[in-house]
Design a protein around this ligand. Structure first.
Ligand SMILES: C[S@@+](CC[C@H](N)C(=O)[O-])C[C@H]1O[C@@H](n2cnc3c(N)ncnc32)[C@H](O)[C@@H]1O
Length: 221
């Protein structure tokens, strides 16, 4: 699934990103932190996949964790580095099967608002499974697939993943069925602990609520 245009658009969007989310009640970081809070300890390592400007890592940094990141936008990485949230952020295209993470075994891995831009993310789940400690937590979001979206989205060649071109600039976005994500977690050694749909962004400017689905899982083997 081609990421070139997505990363070009993300680079262009990066300078305005923090203001954009500040104006729209960006909920994912708080939802992920609240789900993970009982399981994290000061000094634990955490990888943030698609770290952007670091919004989802800030509560973990404040709780004393060591943060690492990966992103495919040089501009996002530059802005994030200025905030000194992470020990290291590596540049890598997550859509590529050659993606790389910092070379560490992590206590926890998170990803907020990224997989709806990547599409097929099973290779990422496999990589997470390799670099996450057994009993480590993996918490992430997707765009949920519900019948009301069926008209606008077409099923891709992969069962359970639907796509659509989102705007004039040709941004491709994906929805994932709950069954698709559950099966993928299960077949890569994860136990699903919780998943639910939430309003991830309340865009009062465009009068639109954007729904995400959060998954909390644990690596069991
Ligand atoms: C909506 S932002 C989310 C940023 C951050 N996680 C947050 O909670 O604010 C999506 C991020 O995913 C990154 N991203 C999207 N597609 C990617 C890809 N194929 N490879 C690497 N990063 C990608 C973008 O560069 C951007 O930083």
């Amino acid at each position: 699934m081609n990421s070139e245009n997505t990363l070009k658009l993300t680079n262009e969007f990066a300078p305005g990103y923090d203001n954009y989310i500040a104006d729209r009640n960006w909920k994912g970081p708080e939802i992920i932190f609240n789900l993970m809070k009982p399981f994290v300890r000061k000094g634990d390592s955490l990888l943030d996949i698609g770290m952007g400007t670091g919004a989802a890592s800030i509560p973990f940094k404040n709780a004393g964790l060591k943060i690492y990141g990966v992103d495919g936008s040089a501009e996002m990485i530059r802005l994030c580095s200025q905030k000194k949230i992470a020990e290291e952020v590596v540049f890598s295209d997550l859509a590529s099967h050659d993606l790389h993470f910092p070379d560490i075994e992590f206590d926890h891995i998170i990803s907020n608002a990224v997989f709806h831009l990547v599409g097929d993310f099973e290779h990422i789940v496999r990589k997470v499974s390799k670099q996450l400690k057994t009993q480590g937590y993996f918490c992430f979001t997707t765009f949920p697939m519900e019948s009301k979206y069926l008209g606008n989205f077409s099923e891709t060649e992969i069962t359970g993943i639907y796509s659509k071109i989102n705007n004039d600039q040709g941004l491709l976005v994906y929805r994932h069925t709950n069954d698709h994500v559950k099966n993928m977690l299960h077949s890569n050694g994860f136990e699903l602990l919780e998943s639910y749909v939430f309003i991830g962004m309340d865009d009062h400017i465009e009068n639109q609520k954007v729904y995400f689905e959060v998954y909390l899982s644990r690596k069991v083997n």
